[in-house]
Design a protein. Structure first.
Length: 170
């Protein structure tokens, strides 16, 4: 991996840089309202955005009680949990943007990921097909595996996604 000519170096270069991601933390009134009967509840909501698009929201809570009576520790624990939860959830969305951008060769607008027409008629990606091959090898009987393996190149993204869900669940 240390070899400057190794193909992984190109991928690493794509990850290195400055990311303009904003975390907005506020008191989580929805959780507080839902759990009014819980005395001493502290709750935060952290919204993670990039370019004014919401990537994810994270929640964190703590309770002041006789066993957890240190106010600073409880508040910062809830705060840190909300922040960590938000960033962890946002990484899944960031991966989706990165994968779509690599496949199309350009950036992808937030709403484009949900356009059904393009997904249903677009051919399956190499990544989908490779993963589906692995799943079929492990989880499908020989007859089913042979049927799908011979037709993989005709699958759309939508069809491949449904098959992946079906065989990943086994």
């Amino acid at each position: 991996m240390q070899n400057k000519e190794h193909p992984i170096r190109d991928i690493i270069k794509k990850c290195v840089g400055t990311y303009n991601i904003v975390a907005v933390v506020e008191e989580d009134t929805q959780t507080l309202d839902a759990m009014k009967q819980t005395t001493g509840l502290i709750s935060f909501l952290c919204t993670i955005t990039k370019n004014n698009n919401v990537l994810a929201q994270g929640r964190g809570s703590a309770i002041l009680s006789p066993t957890n009576r240190f106010i600073n520790r409880a508040v910062y624990s809830a705060f840190n949990s909300a922040l960590a939860d938000g960033f962890i959830r946002s990484t899944k969305v960031l991966d989706t943007f990165r994968t779509n951008a690599e496949e199309s060769g350009a950036g992808v607008a937030l709403g484009e990921a949900y356009q059904a027409d393009s997904v249903e008629s677009t051919p399956a990606t190499l990544r989908q097909l490779e993963y589906l091959k692995q799943l079929l090898q492990v989880n499908a009987d020989e007859e089913v595996r042979d049927k799908w393996m011979s037709n993989l190149d005709t699958l759309t993204k939508f069809e491949a996604s449904e098959l992946i869900q079906q065989y990943a669940a086994k």
